[in-house]
Ligand binder design. Structure first.
Ligand code: FES
Ligand code: FES
Length: 398
């Protein structure tokens, strides 16, 4: 017997195994990840395909002991993967599975195609899939599902998936964020910036929340607004300065900024919840309409949750010489924090952050205020108390 340590779907499995044990048996028998199916067991059918350090391999022809210290992702490990989320939906929509035996291997190969070959046509998809056999001969549906995902991503590129593609095209495997190896940088990030430009809700901060209509799959939409006691042209000019804008968002820090693209992080702590989203975003502005959109994605370095989002804002005159900023935010969370994404508490939290943001903008624009390069601090206690108080008022009809 030989001792081996392999990270499977983020779980470190340390076992004594026979040197002849293959990786397929290892994940199934030692890790109980039975989603990996074994068909031919000599490298022909592709049913056993898993990712090894982000690259698809046949687990039946890979010795477990050869995977010492490496990272394996089986079909169970793709729960938070944005590409796999699209593929799952497409497989279901196009009836791309019958008995499902080949499906884990097909999905893993399909994900690789989507990442490496953004422009693959039907012929190329079939060639790439030729190493995976479906005994139910359901190829038409499988090919149609992959085509539909490629088409969808061409029409509506997803920044997180684009980043993963760049990694794949650079020859690196793209594993899941749960793995901490060379692939962990997979997801680009949301937050710092996304939030940086978006204010919403003013004092009457009524952030309304509903499912996102489109664009951010399975996401949440929030609308809000806030007022600033300066003319719209000044506020519009201020909002072009991403450094200054990020400085108004509690917990946000910019690390890179070229005026259009930004990278940075935002740290949030609320009760037992703590998150530090690192991310990148891109700002586009329409001077004529005084509107802007910040689109980006990010990953929480603590929980490995991922977020995608876009924030659209419009700078309007309030007819009294001051400014009203309307904000629409679409976002989706995947991973452990996703369960909180639509809760009332989070809605309140975001509304309060936006309110703080609006106040900080006004403070920073005040010519008599002392210039500050310090980022705004998140007053967690005040924020928490304010949310709790509002909830209590709500329960007792104010
Ligand atoms: Fe591995 Fe068939 S079981 S290729
Ligand atoms: Fe049955 Fe492919 S769906 S083997």
């Amino acid at each position: 017997m030989t001792s081996v340590r392999i990270n499977v779907n983020g779980n470190l499995l340390e076992r004594e195994v026979a040197p002849r044990m293959h990786l397929g048996d290892f994940v199934r028998e030692e890790g109980r990840f039975t989603g990996t199916h074994l068909g031919c067991e000599h490298g022909v059918c592709g049913a056993c395909t898993v990712l090894l350090d982000g690259q698809p391999v046949r687990s039946c022809t890979t010795f477990a002991v050869a995977c010492e210290g490496r990272q394996v992702t089986t079909v169970e490990g793709f729960e938070q993967d944005p590409v796999m989320a699209l593929l799952r939906e497409a497989f279901s929509e196009h009836h791309a599975l019958q008995c499902g035996y080949c499906t884990p291997g097909m999905l893993t190969t399909a994900r690789d195609i989507v990442l490496r070959l953004p422009n693959a046509d039907e012929h190329q998809i079939r060639v790439e899939l030729s190493g995976n056999i479906c005994r139910c001969t359901g190829y038409m549906g499988i090919v149609a599902a992959i085509r539909s995902v490629l088409e969808q991503l061409r029409k509506q590129p997803d920044p997180v998936i684009e980043a993963a593609r760049a990694q794949a095209l650079a020859g690196h495997g793209v594993a899941m964020p749960a793995n901490s190896g060379p692939l962990a940088s997979f997801a680009v990030e949301h937050s710092a910036q996304a939030a940086a430009v978006e204010p919403s809700a003013g004092p009457a901060a009524e952030a309304s929340s509903e499912r996102a209509p489109a664009g951010i799959k399975g996401g949440t939409r929030m609308d809000g607004r806030f007022s600033v006691a300066y003319p719209p042209e000044q506020v519009w000019a201020f909002m072009a300065d991403l450094e200054a804008v990020a400085g108004c968002l509690p917990g946000a820090n910019l690390e890179e900024n070229d005026g259009e693209r930004v990278k940075g992080f935002i740290a949030i702590k609320f009760g037992p919840m703590a998150a530090k989203f690192a991310g990148a975003a891109r700002l586009t502005r329409n001077e004529e309409q005084r509107s802007g959109m910040l689109k980006g994605g990010g990953q929480d370095t603590i929980s490995q949750s991922r977020a995608n989002g876009e924030i659209t804002y419009r700078v309007l005159s309030d007819n009294a010489g001051a400014t009203l900023v309307e904000v629409e935010m679409l976002y989706s969370l995947q991973g452990p924090l996703a369960q909180f994404s639509r809760s009332g508490l989070v809605k309140d939290f975001v509304a309060r952050m936006i309110l703080d943001f609006g106040r900080n903008v006004e403070r920073r624009m005040d010519p008599d205020a002392k210039p500050s390069t310090e980022p705004a601090r998140l007053n967690v206690f005040a924020l928490g108390m304010s949310i709790i108080w509002n909830r209590i008022k709500g329960w007792f009809g104010r």
